[in-house]
Design a binder for this molecule. Structure first.
Ligand code: UD1
Length: 362
């Protein structure tokens, strides 16, 4: 029986891995799940695992939070003995977090095939830690599955042979489709009435946005301005909560109309996004989820590695200038926002395509 060792580390990995595990098992693969422990808080980890019905990991490396070098190094040191003991035929990694690169690097040096899900996405911003993780993981992967066709051109430009690359679609949207019917109604998750299309959702966690008070302050300022027109639900990532404290910006959290919440569970976030008038975010996954839901999204970054959410979906990459963000908000609320369509193969069947392709190739 072909044995695939699957690795998760951080929250955005979990919704990608859940449908893959199901599909691999259905194809008859033996599967081991390793959690690196990069995310460990109950809100970031346990609740999401439970909602996605992910099996408990066979191994938890418990690396926790640290600098990039330390976190990446700890995953590498701790996963090597696991790979030596379990001897999988392939290691499957998803996305672009530090755990993704660390596990891939150890596997390739042990002569184990590396499978990368969500390959080929590029922001072309090398100050973004995830961009480095993407480029390097793709270089050392044997089988690369993509979510959009532009990724194939990116990989070709970096010399990745095309016979390694398979267009499979978006596994994150598999999870969305499988769970949407169980989404928590927005009023229930925030504990106060919220009208459908009568509120905004905001999320921030990228170091480039939250570590610098000169960027974070104005972003919180524009949320406060938007909140004078409609409530803004603001689930706080632990990094963002810490930086708001450090930068002395807590006043923003008490502004009228700003509804601050701890990190939303997966099913709560689905419900919040589905009913929102718009979503303001610096997340990668949320750009995709709003496109799948047809809800307008303002991406508070200068670039995106997911261009199909702009060319076909509901996403606008607006940047971090508060005036531009506010103007885009007004545009959406007065004109109804961008109407997108759901991209090719974002159809709930991506994980099945991946499992079938692996069956043929491994
Ligand atoms: C990581 C990923 C990012 C992904 C994000 C989703 C990398 C380089 N980044 O960023 O791509 O979008 O996850 O959340 O891998 N913390 C907790 N509890 C936790 C996890 C984190 O309190 O369970 C706090 C710690 O203070 C930590 C900080 O959040 O220092 C950052 O965590 P880390 O995993 O290093 O990166 P993220 O910013 O979450």
């Amino acid at each position: 029986m072909t044995h695939i060792l699957c690795v998760v580390g951080a929250r955005p990995n979990f919704m990608k891995m859940a449908p893959i595990l199901t599909a691999l098992k259905a194809e008859g693969f033996a599967v081991t799940l390793v959690h690196t422990g990069q995310h460990y808080d109950a809100a970031m980890n346990d609740v999401v695992f439970e909602q996605l019905k992910l099996p408990l990991p066979d191994v938890n490396l418990e690396v926790g939070s640290a600098s990039h070098a330390q976190q990446t190094g700890d995953v590498m040191k701790r996963i090597e003995p696991v790979l030596l003991e379990k001897k999988p035929d392939a290691v499957l990694v998803v996305g672009d977090v530090n755990s993704t690169l660390a596990a891939a690097l150890v596997a390739v040096k042990l002569g184990i095939k590396v499978v990368h899900i969500e390959a080929g996405l590029r922001s072309r911003d090398r100050t973004m830690p995830e961009e480095i993780n993407r480029i390097l993981t793709d270089q050392i992967s044997d089988i690369l599955f993509t979510t959009e066709r532009e990724a194939h051109a990116n990989l070709a430009a970096e010399g990745v042979p095309s016979d390694r690359v398979v267009f499979a679609g978006n596994v994150m949207i598999d999870s969305l489709r499988a769970n949407l019917a169980s989404a928590v109604p927005p009023s229930q998750s925030v504990g106060q009435p919220l009208a459908v299309r009568g509120y905004a959702v905001a999320t921030l966690h990228r170091p480039s946005n939250v570590d610098n008070a000169g960027i974070l302050g104005p972003l919180l300022g524009v949320f406060r301005k938007i909140a004078t027109s409609m409530p803004v639900v603001f689930p706080l990532h632990p990094r963002t909560a810490a930086r708001i404290q450090e930068h002395g910006l807590t006043d923003f959290l008490h502004a009228p109309g700003i509804i601050v919440r701890p990190p939303a569970s997966y099913l709560a976030m689905l419900g919040l996004m589905e009913g929102a008038a718009l979503v303001l975010t610096d997340s990668g996954g949320i750009q995709e989820e709003t496109t799948a839901l047809g809800v307008p999204c303002l991406t508070l970054r200068e670039n995106t590695e997911r261009p199909i959410t702009v060319s076909e979906g509901t996403n606008i990459v607006v940047g971090t200038d508060p005036e531009a963000i506010y103007a885009a908000f007004v545009d959406i609320t007065t004109k109804g926002g961008k109407r997108g369509r759901v991209p090719e193969y974002w159809d709930g069947l991506a994980a099945r395509r991946i499992a079938a392709a692996l069956k043929a190739r491994l």
